[in-house]
Ligand binder design. Structure first.
Ligand code: ADP
Ligand code: MG
Length: 238
């Protein structure tokens, strides 16, 4: 596990600033949700943390390391996306083991990590199935399994539930929280859904147009919104 810190982080695409000086602190083991309307810069922040996008100014730290110049593979993070494309020709076990195979992990170590993740996610009986034989929720769990086997210091989630139907979405919220309670891995989770943020986060970061409007526990934001934007966003229906 490790803390995560954004220090006056900025990002422009060409001349167009999309992240305008963002400071965020995520403590060791904390589950932090970045929430805000579409286009406010959530994915860009997460992609910079993952090393998939370079930063224009400022500093990003994971633990005691400044990671600005590090490649994604050097950051000890694992990311779960909204479009969690599984490899259709690989079994559940092979899908989960794939990133370890790329790192040339020994087979015994690989099997042990896959079995452990499968146990945590309730996938033990499905290891030999192919993605097309799985339900939407099971596929989502395999996507999480791919992240878990890497035993990263930080989990990153970018709208992982937005392709699921409403009922499954609610069930998966609980599963992701249980997973966090079990592993206590530091997590940065992005969503535009304020209900998801209110029900899942230890701490919420409300973003709007490239800046942080407020940081607080769900109840703090609800009881004491810092401004009209936060009040309107947190108070509006999903
Ligand atoms: P969110 O995830 O909150 O919906 P994004 O981080 O995806 O927002 O986008 C923030 C802003 O940056 C948007 O205005 C978007 O159009 C712009 N943007 C994102 N990626 C790029 C890119 N590769 N090139 C140019 N503009 C981009
Ligand atoms: Mg996004």
């Amino acid at each position: 596990m490790a803390s995560v810190e954004f220090v006056d982080v900025r990002k422009s695409f060409g001349a167009f600033p999309v992240i305008k000086g963002v400071d965020i602190e995520v403590a060791d083991g904390e589950f932090v949700i970045l929430v805000g309307p579409s286009g406010c810069g959530k994915s860009t922040l997460l992609r910079m943390l993952a090393g998939l996008e370079n930063i224009s100014a400022g500093e990003i730290r994971i633990g005691s390391r400044v990671v600005n110049g590090l490649a994604p593979g050097e950051r000890d993070i694992a990311m779960v996306f909204q479009n969690y494309a599984l490899y259709p020709h690989m079994t559940v076990a092979q899908n989960m083991a794939f990133s370890l195979m790329l790192k040339r992990a020994p087979k015994a170590d690989m099997d042990q990590r896959v079995n452990k993740a499968a146990g945590i996610l309730g996938l033990t009986k499905l290891l030999d199935r192919y993605p097309r034989q799985l339900s939407g929720g099971q596929r989502q769990r395999v996507a999480m399994g791919r992240a878990i086997v890497r035993d990263p210091q930080v989990f990153l989630f970018d709208e992982p539930l937005s392709n699921l139907d409403a009922k499954l979405r609610v069930a998966m919220r609980a599963e992701i929280k249980e997973l966090h309670q079990r592993l206590s891995t530091t997590t940065v989770y992005v969503t535009h859904d304020q209900i998801e943020a209110m029900t899942m986060a230890d701490k919420i970061v409300v973003m709007h147009d490239g800046v942080v409007e407020q940081v607080g526990a769900p109840l703090d934001l609800y009881d004491r919104p810092a401004n009209l934007f936060v009040a309107g966003f947190i108070g509006s229906p999903a």
